[in-house]
Design a protein around this ligand. Structure first.
Ligand code: NDP
Ligand code: MG
Length: 397
């Protein structure tokens, strides 16, 4: 039986977010082949209820346990048959359970690790947007997926582009190197001194992509590209010296793969995540995503430049964590999550984000990590240290 002749039941974790919305848009275009089976959110019950009304899933999950009554009663009031669940354990169980064949892992941050890992262990088709889970526990994740026969299809646009060029998740011996493109974010071209006073509103105003607040700040610091290097290392099995970054402000070339014969393949398209999601949902078929084709004549130019590691030290820190291995990427990621959250709340300044990450990495030297417990412990310690050191970085009024 071909993939297109079976109905694929899809769980969308992080349904109320930016990737969740794009995934649901693509799914709704293909009622004959795709069905929303599970919808999950963190705390926005009303938004989740609206999505349940529209997509009629079998199950809905709210991560915050205290919000269970609101979800259950809301479903009942709307006359929906969707079953209500709450808590991380319910997320894990539904990711692994019989209700879905495919999981869109689009929870933001390390909070997505458990359910993503659960889907991988259960052998589901895993549409992986939650890059933090790969940064934190990439080896465990890919090993679990391979052991269970789970297909991981990267949704991050760069990795999705590479996946399309390779037509696989495994870079073979014929790949010389992989180059991730980066838009450069809203502060591209600024010197370090010009970044001291930038505000959260300026940082989340991404020039090319419309995304959630956390990844938008990561794009402004270039930490996003650093996380993506670590993500690429785990997904495609290449060492750091064979991974590069090129700033490409138009965000039309989504990444490049160079082969040993001198050929370079790239994937191009408008910056709209529905393309990557359609690749993941339809693969190996190509299905309509709602995204228009690329008219290069109208677009005009494609520019490329080197990233500025001095103005954007997060990229350098992430490269260091990738080289150090072990617990270093988990520490980097956890410190960054805490620092970005503090920045978004106006508690610290923009340049304190790399400073806090650097302090956490210095305070907690990388140790080998071959268990989930060791990685989660490193994550927890980095969060505690960063919460403490944040006091010394409090934004002055
Ligand atoms: P958003 O902030 O828009 O959405 C985050 C989603 O995660 C929401 O549905 C939110 O629920 C849910 N969530 C938050 N915390 C928890 C929790 N503790 N438990 C369960 N669910 C939770 O983020 P994005 O959609 O932008 O990003 C999602 C992931 O995809 C990130 O890892 C990001 O790096 C990655 N990604 C995103 C891209 C994009 O274009 N947006 C591109 C490439 C990767 P609620 O609304 O209830 O808070
Ligand atoms: Mg990306």
């Amino acid at each position: 039986m071909t993939a297109s002749s079976t109905l694929q039941r899809v769980a969308v974790f992080g349904a109320t977010g930016s990737i969740g919305a794009s995934a649901l848009d693509v799914i709704a275009r293909h009622p004959q082949r795709l069905r929303v089976a599970v919808l999950a959110a963190g705390s926005q019950v009303e938004a989740l209820l609206d999505l349940c009304q529209r997509h009629r899933p079998r199950h809905a999950v709210i991560a915050r346990e205290d919000l269970f009554p609101a979800l259950r009663d809301g479903l009942r009031e709307r006359g929906l048959e969707t079953e209500a669940h709450a808590g991380m354990a319910a997320l894990d169980a539904l990711a692994a359970g019989d209700a879905c064949d495919t999981v869109v892992a689009a929870i933001v941050g390390a909070a997505g690790l458990s359910s993503t890992l659960s889907a991988a262990r259960a052998g589901k088709r895993l549409l992986l947007a939650n890059k933090e889970s790969l940064v934190l526990a990439g080896e465990l994740m890919t090993r679990a997926a391979d052991a269970a026969g789970a297909d991981i299809i990267p949704i991050d646009s760069e990795h999705n582009a590479i996946f399309q060029c390779l037509r696989s998740r495994q870079a073979k011996g014929d790949v010389r190197r992989i180059v991730l493109t980066a838009s450069g974010g809203p502060f591209r071209g600024r010197r370090r001194t010009e970044l001291a006073d930038v505000t959260p509103a300026q940082a989340v105003a991404h020039p090319k992509w419309s995304m959630g607040p956390k990844i938008s700040v990561d794009s402004a610091t270039l930490m996003n590209k650093g996380l993506e290097l670590i993500e690429a290392h785990h997904l495609f099995g290449l060492s750091g010296d064979r991974l590069g970054v090129l700033v490409h402000p138009q965000s039309l070339v989504h990444s490049l793969v160079e082969f040993v014969d001198g050929s370079t393949l790239a994937q191009l398209g408008l910056p709209d995540m529905r393309t990557a999601l359609a690749v993941g949902l339809g693969w190996p078929d190509r299905i309509d995503s709602g995204v228009a084709g690329l008219d290069l004549l109208t677009q005009g130019r494609l520019d490329f430049e080197a990233p500025d590691m001095d103005a954007f030290p997060c990229l350098r820190l992430a490269c260091g964590a990738l080289d150090a291995g072990g617990t270093a990427p988990a520490i980097l990621n956890a410190a960054n999550e805490v620092a970005v959250s503090a920045f978004l709340q106006g508690k610290i300044r923009f340049l304190s984000i790399p400073a806090l990450v650097e302090e956490a990495l210095a305070a907690l030297p990388a140790a080998p990590a071959d268990s989930l417990e060791a990685l989660l412990e490193a994550d927890a310690r980095a969060r505690r240290i960063t919460e403490t050191t944040i006091a010394g970085h409090a934004a002055r009024a």
